[in-house]
Write a protein that binds this ligand. Structure first.
Ligand code: MOS
Length: 744
């Protein structure tokens, strides 16, 4: 690595890469304290009912088994539902693990076996028999649609937007129109690392909890409240997370049950979920969107009507930003949207990478493609014609929006202007070739975040904030930020993340961490540097040249002027003059602070333009994606290497959404049945071509203090639609269900 050029904007390789590939990076299931017990969860086999009896005699007889924990013998936990509300704050009645005999979803934990070995715990878990009183349930989404509702309590941004114009009248009056029901199958997050927790009761009575989570501080708060551990110190650590995609936004039941087991048995406990068990909690909701669009004879959009429904559990009201996206980005005088949720007897659906937009943008962009073809217009020309220069839904200017540039750059790289308009125009032997495109949009959010910088006597800079790096590159970009803000070689910077005791940082998600934690680290380093220079200037032991205004820190050295000549000194030596082992500064970046975000009345989004080539086997219907180009406008790019990697990863996931991923419900049992990688299909190397990720130059001084927007999710938005639209161009056949299992 070039140590000097490791500033913001450089393609620095991951600084945590070495620790990860050599196994030194410790994940939640890896700490191995003496006396560790292994917990294996027994899941309910019915979707709704009551536990009548749990027969655990055979399990208890397995050598090595210490305890079988059920709702009968568990330690005391918080009584009230509100104590179980986690950081995501989903309205409703949060699920309380092992609370009582009631079963609310198939896969619900009914017992946890703790044993000296994992093998004993697993064997015993299989011997447990549960008698149930079965109650009727519904797990069928189509049936649930009859019970759709808008919850009385929800976040305001999920409430359908205000209607503009008269969309149904405009739909009736305009000559060119399409309408139909678009559908997305439920999907599971399936990060490489499965959910796991290791809880260690410390000698001083505190609990150290290693958990796979996107928010160690959110889990800390949740555990303290749900387990009634008030007064007892809980420290949650998640320094390394093997992917999460939103599954780690909620405190999953493994962390609750592991902590409860440790409390009960006064021993260290580890609870890991198996891959099939990963299909017993959060998933991306199944969705339908009824979309009707109309245009006049010039191909000008005249009406947008969107009605969306996603599923939720019977006990919580999970919602996402499903229906707003088309109303923001397209200029259209008449638009209306409605959104409801449909309850079924499953666990609560939840946020998964670009929640709402991954579904809503892709399905809407498939509909836009249909309208463009109905107008016999090139889909790119149609979008440029109907593009809105402002956020058309909120009637607000954007802080920045380089979508036009992205469309042009992506089209040029792809060679889009060679595209014949009509479907079924391109062919190679028995393969039909199609070119499709779509636009993407996602929030560019900012959350108040604190960070600490500490300069130590060995001349190293230590940065700390409670963020989790969920595989996105947070360690690396924060090191680059510190390197530039303090002017310090990156190999003398240590980044500490994923610990609830560190300065306050929101759960990693929503693509806000780069902008937010980046700004906090920037401020902390600047403040540390100012404080350091001030101490040097006012200390009576420092030489005269250090008391002058000219002194600066550059590349990890102190620079000044002595007797008219430049002079440099190591930071170690400079620190020794002021007689301190270290100096430290903590700062909080928040809207209004230096960035003045709270004063803005502007819309804040990232944008993208995705172009795709597919080949469809005409006889077999097999679809292969052969080219993908994504031009992304996301403000300042902190690290083009990790950023492109984020976008590529999301494009792979979106390819799964378009062609492979589908969790299949067995309605008789209320359980997702394809709960392994043999039957739940995700794209593998053979499914993914070279992907071109381009970043459009987009300067934005208002979006966040460093001009950063974040790129974790934008790659999901539009990519699945571009693939679906390319399949239409190849075959002339429209698909309105994702995933598309057969192109022809
Ligand atoms: Mo993301 S679904 O906010 O982890």
């Amino acid at each position: 690595m070039n140590v000097i050029s490791a500033k913001i904007g450089q393609p620095v390789s991951r600084i945590d890469g070495f620790a990860k590939v050599t196994g030194q990076a410790k994940y939640a299931a890896e700490p191995h304290p003496p006396g560790l017990l292994y917990g294996v969860i027994v899941n309910s086999l019915i979707a709704r009912g009551r536990i009548e009896a749990i027969h655990d005699e055979a399990a208890r007889a397995v050598p090595g088994v210490i305890e079988v924990m059920t709702h009968h013998n568990r330690p005391h936990t918080a009584l009230f539902e509100k104590s179980y509300v986690d950081g995501l704050g989903v309205p409703g009645s949060p699920y309380r693990p092992l609370h009582d005999a009631e079963i609310r979803f198939n896969g619900q934990p009914v017992a946890v076996v703790f044993a000296e070995t994992f093998e004993a715990a697993r064997e015993a878990a299989m011997l447990i028999q549960v008698d149930y009183e079965r109650w009727p349930h519904n797990a069928d989404f189509d049936a649930a649609l009859y019970q759709k509702y808008m919850p009385s309590k929800t976040r305001s941004n999920y409430v359908p937007p205000k209607t503009r114009g008269n969309a149904s009248e405009a739909y009736a009056l305009n000559p060119i129109k399409i309408e139909g029901r678009f559908h997305l199958a439920p999907e599971h997050h399936n990060p490489m690392e499965m959910h796991a927790t290791t809880v260690i009761p410390e000698e001083d009575g505190t609990l150290t909890v290693w958990d796979k989570t996107q928010g160690p501080q959110a889990v800390q708060t949740y555990l303290a409240s749900a387990l009634s551990l008030s007064g007892k110190k809980v420290r949650v650590r998640s320094p390394y997370v093997g992917g999460a995609f939103g599954s780690g936004l909620r405190a999953q039941h493994n962390v609750f049950l592991a902590a409860l087991g440790a409390e009960m048995l006064k021993r260290p406990v580890r609870v890991t979920l198996t891959r099939p068990q990963m299909f017993t909690h959060v998933f991306r909701p199944e969705a339908v969107m009824d979309i009707a669009l109309a245009a006049d004879r010039d191909g000008t959009l005249q009406s947008i009507i969107v009605e969306g429904v996603t599923d939720t559990s019977r006990f919580e009201h999970n919602m996402e930003n499903l229906v707003i996206w088309g109303l923001i980005g397209y200029k259209c005088p008449n638009a209306t949207a409605d959104y409801k949720i449909a309850p079924r007897d499953t666990y609560t659906s939840s946020d998964m990478r670009a929640p709402g937009a991954a579904t809503g943008v892709n399905l809407f962009e498939m509909a836009i493609d249909e309208l463009a073809w109905a107008c016999r217009m090139d889909p790119l020309a149609f979008r440029r014609h109907n593009y809105s220069d402002i956020d058309a839904m909120h009637n607000m200017p954007f802080t920045s929006n380089a979508l036009r540039e992205a469309l042009l750059l992506g089209a040029e790289r792809f060679g889009w202007n060679e595209r014949p308009l009509a479907p079924r125009s391109l062919r190679d032997g028995k393969e039909l070739i199609g070119w499709g495109m779509a636009t993407g949009i996602w929030d560019a959010m900012f959350s108040p975040t604190s960070a600490r910088g500490r300069l130590t006597s060995d001349g190293r800079l230590h940065i700390a904030t409670a963020a989790s790096d969920i595989g996105t590159g947070t360690y690396t970009i924060l090191a680059q930020t510190a390197s530039e803000a303090f002017s310090m070689p990156i190999n003398r910077i240590d980044i500490e993340l994923g610990d609830s005791t560190l300065p306050e940082c929101p759960t990693e998600g929503g693509s806000w961490t780069a902008a937010s934690a980046g700004a906090a680290v920037w401020l902390a380093c600047q403040s540390l540097c100012e404080q350091f220079l001030k101490l040097l200037k006012k200390n009576k032991n420092t030489p005269d040249w250090m008391k002058q205004d000219e002194i600066t820190v550059a590349e990890g050295e102190l620079h000044g002027v002595r007797n008219g000549s430049p002079v440099a000194l190591s930071l170690q030596d400079a620190l020794s003059f002021i007689g301190q082992d270290s100096i430290e500064a903590e700062e909080t970046a928040k809207p209004g602070l230096r960035g003045k975000i709270s004063e803005m009345r502007k819309a804040r989004f990232t944008h993208s333009a995705v172009f795709c080539e597919v080949r469809v086997d005409e006889d077999l219907g097999i679809v292969r994606v052969t080219r993908l180009v994504n031009a992304v406008a996301a403000g300042r790019i902190m690290n083009p290497k990790t950023a492109a990697s984020q976008v590529r990863g999301a494009m792979v996931m979106a390819t799964g959404m378009a062609l492979h991923e589908e969790s299949l419900m067995d309605e008789r049992y209320g359980r997702f049945m394809n709960h392994n990688f043999a039957e739940y299909h995700i794209p593998s190397h053979a499914d993914i071509p070279e992907m071109d990720v381009l970043f459009v130059d987009e300067k934005d001084k208002e979006i966040s203090p460093l001009g950063v927007k974040g790129v974790g999710e934008i790659g999901m938005c539009g990519t699945a639609a571009a693939i679906a639209n390319a399949i239409f161009h190849a075959t002339g056949k429209r698909h309105r269900n994702l995933p598309i299992m057969s192109g022809a």
